[in-house]
Design a protein around this ligand. Structure first.
Ligand SMILES: NC(=O)C1=CN([C@@H]2O[C@H](COP(=O)(O)OP(=O)(O)OC[C@H]3O[C@@H](n4cnc5c(N)ncnc54)[C@H](OP(=O)(O)O)[C@@H]3O)[C@@H](O)[C@H]2O)C=CC1
Ligand SMILES: O=C(CO)COP(=O)(O)O
Length: 341
C-alpha cells in the first residue's frame, strides 16, 4: 500500500537521519532534513550528498536540508527524530514549541536517556505531553544500505496504532518492509541492548575466539534481552523479532556496525579513545552500557555479558579478564522456568 505523500521533518543530519530522509523523499514525501551543521545542510541541498556521514551516495534532489528548525517543522505532518540518545531530550525540548499542533513524533534513536536510564518514550511523553502521538522506529537497518536502496525490514511501535501505520506506511515499499507493533518498551529495549551486546561479539571476534563463541554470545545476549524484557513487562515476541533478534544478529555480525567495530578494536588491544576517534560517528554502547545496567539493577536482573561490556568500556576489566569472568560462571539451566510461562 502506498501511503499519501506528506511533508515530513527529519531531525538529525547524521547517517541515520540522512538515510531515512532519503528513503522518505524517494517515496515522494516532501522531506526537510534538519541538522546543526551549515556545511552539511548546504551540501545535501546543493550537491545532493552528505559528505561527512554518507559520502559517495547520491541523495534525491527533492530532499531539502536546513539548519533552521522552525522552517523544517513549519508544515510537517509528522516528525522523525534521528539524533543520538545523548541529544534526544535536548532535540525534543527544541522541537516542542515549534511542532505543528497535529504532528506526531517518531524517533529512530537507539538507547536510553543518558544519565537517568529512562526509556525514550518516557522522556518524550514528559517533554511533549500525554496527547501527542509517539512512535519508535527500530530494527536491523544500517544507514548506508538503506541509503543505497538495499532491501530492509524494520518495525514501528506505538500505543497509537493509527500513527504507527502513518509512519510505517510512509516508509514501506518497494524494497523496504515496515512492520508495526504496540510495544514501545520492548522495541526500545531491543534497540538499546543490541548495541551493548555487539561490543561483546566484536571483542570476541577481535580476539579471534571463533564462530562458536560468537554464536554463543549472540544467543546468551538474546537471553539477557528476554530476561530484562520479562522484568519490565515488555512482550517477548518483540525481542524475538526485528527490534530484538533481528538487530542483534545484524549488529553482532555486520562490520558496518560501529558498536561491533569498537569491540573488534578493543579485542585487538586498541584503546577506546583511539577506536572511537577512528570510527568518527556515534557509538551508542558507550552510554548505553551504563543505562542497561541501571535498568538491570533496578529490576534485580543479572546480565553478565552486558555487565562485562560495561566494565571493559570503563577500563575496569581487560577483554581477556572479561572473557575469563564469563567462562568461569557456574553451570546452570539454559532458561529460567518463568521466562516463557
Ligand atoms: N547509522 C545507522 O545505521 C543507524 C543509527 N541508528 C541510531 O540513530 C541515532 C543517530 O545515529 P547516527 O545518525 O548513526 O549517528 P551519526 O554519528 O552518523 O550522526 C550523528 C548526528 O547527530 C548530530 N548531533 C549530535 N549531537 C547533536 C545535538 N546535540 N543536536 C543536534 N544534532 C546532534 C550530529 O551532528 P554534527 O555532525 O553536527 O555533530 C550528526 O548529524 C543513534 O541513536 C543510532 O543508534 C539507528 C539505526 C541505524
Ligand atoms: O542500529 C544499527 C543497525 O540497526 C546501527 O548499528 P551501529 O550503531 O552499531 O552502527
Amino acid at each position: 500500500m502506498n501511503a499519501k505523500a506528506e511533508p515530513v521533518a527529519v531531525l538529525g543530519a547524521g547517517s541515520w537521519g540522512t538515510a531515512l530522509a532519503t528513503l522518505l523523499a524517494r517515496k515522494g514525501h516532501a522531506v526537510t532534513l534538519w541538522g546543526r551543521d551549515e556545511a552539511i545542510a548546504a551540501a545535501i541541498d546543493g550537491r545532493h550528498e552528505n559528505p561527512r556521514y554518507l559520502p559517495g551516495i547520491a541523495l534525491p534532489e527533492n530532499l531539502r536540508a536546513t539548519t533552521d528548525l522552525a522552517a523544517a517543522l513549519k508544515d510537517a505532518a509528522w516528525v522523525l527524530v534521528a539524533t543520538p540518545s545523548h541529544a534526544f531530550a535536548e532535540t525534543l525540548r527544541k522541537l516542542s514549541p515549534l511542532r505543528p499542533p497535529r504532528a506526531g513524533v517518531a524517533w529512530a534513536t537507539k538507547g536510553f536517556e543518558t544519565g537517568s536510564g529512562r526509556f525514550l518514550h518516557e522522556v518524550a511523553e514528559e517533554i511533549l505531553g500525554p496527547t501527542v502521538p509517539l512512535a519508535v522506529v527500530t530494527g536491523p537497518s544500517f544507514a548506508k544500505e538503506v541509503a543505497q536502496g538495499l532491501p530492509t525490514a524494520l518495525t514501528v511501535h506505538s500505543d497509537d496504532a493509527g500513527f504507527a501505520q502513518v509512519v510505517a506506511g510512509a516508509m514501506h515499499g518497494p524494497a523496504f518492509r515496515a512492520y508495526t507493533g504496540d510495544d514501545m518498551k520492548g522495541a526500545e529495549l531491543g534497540g538499546a541492548m543490541k548495541n551493548v551486546l555487539a561490543v561483546a561479539t566484536g571483542v570476541a571476534d577481535g580476539m579471534q575466539l571463533g564462530l562458536n563463541a560468537r554464536a554463543g554470545l549472540v544467543t546468551r545476549g538474546l537471553n539477557e534481552m528476554l530476561r530484562l524484557a520479562a522484568a519490565i513487562g515488555a512482550k517477548p515476541e518483540t525481542l524475538m523479532g526485528l527490534a530484538g533478534l533481528g538487530d542483534l544478529v545484524l549488529t553482532c555480525t555486520g562490520d558496518l556496525s560501529r558498536n561491533r567495530r569498537l569491540g573488534l578494536a578493543l579485542g585487538k588491544g586498541r584503546s577506546i579513545d583511539e577506536a572511537v576517534r577512528e570510527i568518527g560517528q556515534v557509538v551508542e554502547s558507550i552510554q548505553t552500557a551504563d543505562e542497561v545496567m541501571r535498568q538491570a539493577e533496578k529490576n534485580g536482573i543479572d546480565l553478565p555479558i552486558s555487565r562485562a561490556v560495561q566494565q571493559v568500556l570503563h577500563g575496569d576489566l581487560t577483554p581477556v579478564d572479561g572473557l575469563g569472568q564469563l567462562l568461569a560462571r557456574e553451570q546452570k539451566a539454559e532458561y529460567p522456568k518463568t521466562l516463557f510461562s
